[in-house]
Design a protein around this ligand. Sequence first.
Ligand code: 13P
Ligand code: SF4
Length: 352
Amino acid sequence: MASAVSTLAPASQVRTSVQAPLAYSWSPALEKEMAPLYARVKHVITPMEWPFYAPLIKSINELKVQRDAVILAHNYMTPEIFHCVSDFRGDSLQLAKEAARTDAKVIVQAGVHFMAETSKLLSPEKTVLIPDMRAGCSLASSITPEDVRMLREAYPGVPIVTYVNTSAAVKAECDITCTSANAVKVVESLGAPRVLCIPDQYLAKWVQSQTKVEVIAWKGACEVHERFTGEELERMRADEPGLKIIAHPECPPDVIAAADFTGSTSGMIKWVKDKQPAKVMLVTECSMASNVAIEAPDVEFIRPCNLCPHMKRISLENIYDSLVHLRHEVTVDPDVALRARRAVERMVNLTN
Ligand code: 13P
Ligand code: SF4
């Protein structure tokens, strides 16, 4: 567990001085104080884990006030982050919108690097922190700005839609961004007969199945979702009568064909809450099932466990350190930011 520090190193734009937090330790008094919160998460956090988490959770929640900070948590965060310290939770689109709206001085992104960059683009005056700079994404690393320039030359006049799972430098070369929650809407909004949809080949294929616009794909893939197979899903169905299967559009086409519903992470959560299936399998990163299970206690979750190694770099310990030391600050080159912001804002305006 992280220990308290006595000196703080402010990031460039934050001048607020804060007291180093008390190093809480597990005690009967703390156990009593945190009992209502534990009651909420006890189905997914064991009594063995809680004494390790509770002191950090209390410290983080106090530090957020001192720092005038908010924590934006993606749906793939583990439950102790998602339910116990975050201020806003959601999919990539919802988090981007929260980043644009918040009045807080500091944003801690409990997610991956491209999400922190998107927050910085929409909140340039804020200090945006990511607890671990290595939290990347296989889609973001599958394409470079040079690749996009090459595509522009190869397909003159064809608009380029980029998934938000890309670097700001790639976004700066594109016409508009999309997320899995709005990809079809974004592609159709351009009024073009052909659109490049990069970098996820499977998202592009799924969009193609939903629209008459011709969709040209790049070769990227999500290392978590590409591991699922349609065969595996059919086996699960045979083993679990009555099972409903819902999949993220980053999955390969045979997986999507075998699913009862396809949607973004928040679309999947909404589907479970609305339909209340007796038994469901979420074909996506495995922390999400734990997070939804808390809000849908009557649903049985069959859990395939594919972890995103990048999302799993974020922990209570490094969130705590991030708030104490104001690290690691995410910045974007101003010229890149200007062009990338245009692409992100065009999407946000379309979906507002
Ligand atoms: P969502 O926008 O659906 O949350 O997806 C983001 C992501 O990284 C999924 O792997
Ligand atoms: Fe990237 Fe896949 Fe991880 Fe999402 S789950 S952050 S798309 S590697």
